[in-house]
Design a protein around this ligand. Structure first.
Ligand code: SF4
Length: 410
């Protein structure tokens, strides 16, 4: 599609396309309406059937290919949980740290009122090693908040090296499984994902992994090999951060072209990015943050009805990934953090900036930032980040971005 307009027109079209994508107007906006944003109708796309299911690794459990991420105010959103079950989104993801426990409490309140639904839900929660190794009492506290006797899959939250999954955790997880409190055990990671997956493929007691995986990362040779190794080892794989948003606000021409092109085909670029991941059958499910019904309906419709992406659709996504290569942090923190003697987890701070620029969620960014030790936050204002910048394969302006994080979040 060629747009022959001036810069103001371009920016209003970009804003319109982004808003439409965020609202899920993909199938409700005609090609003609693209030229006249005011005429777009605000019709929400609803899924026409149940979400497909896939086996979760070597377990005999089938999970919905779309999973409900629990980083929203579940306590006040019972309708979301009811609709999720109605549409077949019965893989629910939460963590002890989400909303200071309110996410788990919200799910627990649902189960207290609807106990018959507990067995239908594949329930995932997470415990972070950063809060300490006292997992047994904290798991008990999770179970209490969730109003359940067991968790289907427990992740160690956000590891950045596989040796964090030490033999002590192996025996602890075996004991908890024996006691009937867990069915499956594993970890989540958005740092050094390839190394973590590679290592996990050699650990027969890892049942599942949730990791950053999207149209940008899925074509990297090391990532491809690591996913294949886990898949062959029978580890259930859940993709997250599938929109591939970065810590820098992208302003790419191919984004406009891509959004317009996908809308003409009846879906949004947001949906296309989900489809790209679903086309990899080794991925059991996509965990998506869906803070409202409109976004959940849009994602569910894509899961149920999506056509296969064509070669040119994939080329558009690849072009966009190329143009915004240096706006995206790939989580390879072992490179930049090691350059500074591992004094600052740079990729964690990049993730905080991503929550601001891609999710537009300052509260989430602040709560992730506050999880960092005080000493780390102080170091951000003192260190020279030149060596880290030299080690970054994507040439991210790390020093400037650490300053920005301090300014916005400290
Ligand atoms: S800042 Fe660069 S080196 Fe560091 S994690 Fe991000 S992409 Fe990798």
């Amino acid at each position: 599609m060629s747009f022959g307009e001036n810069n103001n027109d371009k920016s209003s079209r970009r804003d319109f396309l982004k808003k439409a994508a965020a609202m899920g107007l993909g199938t409700a906006v005609s090609g003609a309406a693209l030229g006249r944003p005011g005429r777009a109708s605000a019709q929400i796309t609803l899924p026409k059937g149940q979400i497909p299911r896939r086996p979760f690794g070597r377990s005999d459990i089938l999970v919905s290919t779309l999973s409900l991420g629990g980083m929203f105010d579940i306590l006040n959103n019972r309708l979301m949980l009811a609709k999720a079950l109605e549409w077949g989104i019965d893989y629910w993801d939460t963590a002890e740290g989400y909303g200071g426990g309110r996410s788990e409490e919200g799910i627990g309140r649902w189960f207290a009122r609807n106990p018959e639904t507990r067995k239908r839900v594949f329930l995932v929660s997470k415990l972070s090693l950063r809060r300490g190794t006292d997992f047994t009492p904290r798991l008990e506290a999770c179970l209490k908040r969730l109003h359940t006797d067991y968790i289907d899959l427990l992740f160690v939250h956000g590891i950045s090296a596989v040796d964090e999954m030490d033999p002590g955790l192996e025996s602890w997880s075996r004991a908890m499984k024996k006691a009937g409190k867990l069915r499956l055990f594993g970890f989540s990671t958005h740092a050094n994902m390839e190394d973590c997956l590679d290592g996990a493929a050699r650990l027969p007691w890892i049942d599942g992994i949730m990791f950053s995986y999207n149209f940008r990362l899925m074509h990297e040779p090391r990532m491809k090999a690591a996913v294949e190794a886990c898949y062959r080892a029978g580890i259930g794989l859940t993709a997250m951060k599938t929109q591939g948003g970065g810590p820098i606000k992208s302003d790419s021409e191919s984004e406009i072209k891509m959004a317009g092109r996908f809308m003409q085909k009846g879906f949004t670029d947001h949906q296309a990015k989900l489809m790209a991941v679903w086309e990899d059958n080794r991925i059991a499910s996509i965990c998506s943050q869906m803070p409202n019904l409109t976004i959940m309906a849009t994602n569910a419709a894509a899961a149920v009805d999506h056509p296969r992406l064509s070669r040119s659709d994939r080329a558009l996504l690849a072009q966009y990934a190329d143009e915004t290569y240096s706006d995206y942090c790939a989580g390879c923190g072992r490179l930049c953090s090691q350059a500074l003697g591992n004094s600052v987890p740079i990729n964690d701070i990049m993730r905080c900036l991503m929550y601001i620029h891609s999710y537009q969620d300052l509260t989430l960014a602040r709560s992730a930032f506050e999880m960092l030790p005080v000493q780390t936050r102080v170091l951000l204002t003192q260190l020279d980040f030149k060596k880290a910048e030299q080690s970054c394969p994507r040439n991210l302006p790390i020093g400037r971005m650490m300053q920005e994080a301090t300014h916005l979040l400290a």
